[in-house]
Design a protein around this ligand. Structure first.
Ligand code: ATP
Ligand code: MG
Length: 596
């Protein structure tokens, strides 16, 4: 049997008396090692006060300087600037109170090598996966590869400061982000550090990696998300708690759809008094240009929609690790609302860049590359994220989290690895077609390839009535259109199909930054489906529709109210609506013929 003793070194500022030494030795033996411990006592004035105990790779630091360093590291992480200095007392108090609660017991390792943002650490034998790791220089990262005798840490901040052989500490924590109502109207990175030059965000800290709600706590979708985009609300309706993918080539209007959906919530959110009636929006920008995120924020500000929205941004210049964390941070913020009986919608713009960031990290971590060089668990990466969207049952508060991920395709290739993965995880997709965009059909929604598998359960009754025939008419139009370009002579029914389809396509066009109310979407569609617009020339449909909306607002404001509140019109009102449309069409035609 080995009689080797474990050496424990105890540092203190003043020399300890014999009885104090005896007491410390007894405590150490009792807590750590039942036998074979020999304690060595030494002086270290640098500690300023308290004790520091070393044994093997573990340090038990209860010294004043240790606590002070912890505070400084935290201040470094938070990147305190002049404006934030006034919050320091509160901040220090929080850090110190956290310190008291946390155990000061930490393991220490050393940097073996550092390369491309990944540090290989010797030591830290009991580190956990995804644990936050602190470096002596103030840098920090997360432990991702747990090898037999080393740990690979992906650095999040301070990569340039890390040196070989510097000390590394365990924190016994995973990464957290502040959540709550204080995040609204703010722009910050996935670590909760403000990017809008305002004060530090204080809120309920939640770990960014969370488990999805269980099957028992979920219920089917029952409320709709009004996007304000006619094509989506009529044909691809989205329900609260649903996951709907926006997929398309670059520059096909994906971000514009998101912006419109956020703007569409403005009226309802500003009108609702109760928090549980509002729909809070979280926009996660992954790997985008900082100028694009700034533009997005300014648009929200301009349209007065920033007060119920927050932006989490990990831009193209941030580390791959930060980009990898961004959607999880966004989801955690949205979950606060879901778990408190409120409703939130989170947009991930976009997950293709997220997958690329994860691929970069995985290759640096020397994980084996799979299809298209993505690691094998890239499917799990996105399913773990999107499963967190849910409509909770009333027993669990009845809150909801809707997720709208975005995927960028290359030359319309929907069958590539990442698009097919995310299509199979979500409850449907909105496919934006480059050809339609170039034909000036905007938003360029390809109705044939887009689908919403669950949203119709939450669609308003009036829209549902229109949607069935609208889908059929558009499908027939697409079919007939392709061969009508070759045929010289068309029979009357084919011509009528083409005429109707052209007008309906015209009705689905919409400029950006102009979301519509349900009544403004549904009334013109109703007119189109019933064939009342067939006599109006295609190039005049738009101006007629603008006129129709204005007039119905003026003469029949009750329809707007009824559709917003109940989502349907009574039988009598439908007859009234038909009569009103016929009258307006006749008047429009008359005015047109009067104009020379
Ligand atoms: P990226 O791939 O670069 O992220 P994207 O697919 O997000 O692009 P957007 O940035 O939303 O595309 O839009 C591209 C351009 O198309 C913008 O200039 C935008 O103004 C214009 N656009 C988008 N939707 C419409 C619309 N409905 N009507 C008119 N212009 C539009
Ligand atoms: Mg975009």
């Amino acid at each position: 049997m080995s009689s080797k003793k474990t050496q424990v070194i105890v540092e203190s500022v003043f020399e300890l008396t014999e009885s104090q030494q005896e007491l410390v030795a007894q405590k150490i033996k009792k807590i750590l090692f039942p036998k074979n411990v020999s304690c060595y006592f030494c002086l270290n004035p640098e500690l300023k006060g308290g004790l520091r105990v070393h044994f093997g790779s573990v340090i038990l630091d209860d010294s004043v300087i240790g606590k002070w360093r912890m505070v400084r590291r935290q201040a470094d992480q938070e990147k305190l600037n002049d404006i934030q200095l006034k919050h320091i007392p509160q901040h220090l108090l929080k850090t110190l109170s956290d310190w008291r609660e946390k155990t000061v017991f930490s393991e220490v390792g050393h940097v073996k090598s550092i390369q491309d943002g990944v540090a290989h650490i010797k030591g830290l034998p009991s580190v956990q996966s995804n644990e936050k790791i602190l470096f002596e220089s103030g840098a920090y990262g997360i432990a991702l590869n747990l090898n037999e005798d080393s740990v690979d840490v992906c650095l999040i901040e301070g990569t340039e400061r890390v040196k070989e052989e510097e000390a590394v500490y365990r924190t016994n924590e995973v990464l957290t982000i502040p959540t709550g109502l204080s995040v609204l109207g703010r722009v910050f990175n996935p670590l909760g550090q403000p990017l809008d030059n305002k004060e530090i965000i204080l809120g309920e800290d939640r770990p960014i990696q969370q488990k999805a709600p269980s099957i028992i706590s979920r219920s089917p979708v029952r409320h709709s998300v009004h996007t304000g985009i006619t094509g989506i609300d009529a044909l691809i309706p989205i329900g609260r708690g649903q996951r709907e993918l926006i997929v398309g080539d670059r520059q096909t209007g994906k971000t514009s759809l998101i912006l419109d959906t956020i703007l569409a919530q403005k009226e309802h959110n500003h009108k609702s008094k109760s928090l549980s009636e509002k729909l809070f929006c979280i926009y996660v920008a992954i790997g985008q240009k900082q100028s694009s995120v700034r533009h997005f924020m300014q648009e929200l500000k301009k349209f007065d929609a920033l007060d119920y929205t927050c932006i989490v941004s990990a831009s193209a210049s941030d580390s791959a690790c930060l980009q990898y964390l961004a959607p999880y941070a966004g989801s955690t913020i949205a979950e606060y609302f879901r778990d408190h009986g409120m409703h939130a919608i989170v947009f991930y713009d976009d997950l293709s860049k997220h997958a690329v960031a994860y691929r970069e990290m995985s290759l640096l971590l020397k994980r084996p590359a799979g299809r298209e060089a993505y690691p094998g668990d890239v499917f799990y990466l996105h399913s773990r994220l999107l499963e967190r969207a849910a409509q909770l049952d009333g027993v669990y508060g009845g809150g909801s989290l809707t997720a709208i991920p975005v995927i960028e395709t290359q030359e319309g290739d929907l069958s590539a690895y990442i698009p097919t993965n995310v299509i199979s995880i979500t409850d449907g997709q909105i496919y934006l077609d480059n050809d339609l965009f170039n034909q000036n059909i905007k938003p360029a929604i390809n109705v044939g390839l887009s689908v919403s598998r669950v949203g119709s359960a939450a669609q308003s009754a009036f829209m549902k009535r229109i949607a069935g025939s609208l889908k059929l008419e558009l499908a027939q139009y697409r079919e007939v259109l392709s061969f009508s370009q070759l045929a010289s002579d068309l029979d009357s029914s084919t011509r009528q199909m083409l005429d109707r389809g052209a007008r309906l396509t015209e009705l689905l066009k919409q400029p950006n930054n102009a979301p519509l109310s349900l009544a403004h979407e549904a009334i013109p569609l109703f007119a189109g489906i019933r064939g009342y617009l067939d006599e109006i020339p295609v190039n005049k449909v738009n101006s007629f529709v603008v006129h129709l909306r204005k007039k119905s607002d003026r003469i029949h404001p009750e329809w707007q109210k009824q559709l917003d509140e109940i989502g349907d019109l009574s039988g009598e009102e439908l007859i009234q609506l038909e009569r009103f449309i016929l009258q307006e069409v006749a008047q429009f035609q008359k005015e047109k013929t009067c104009v020379p």
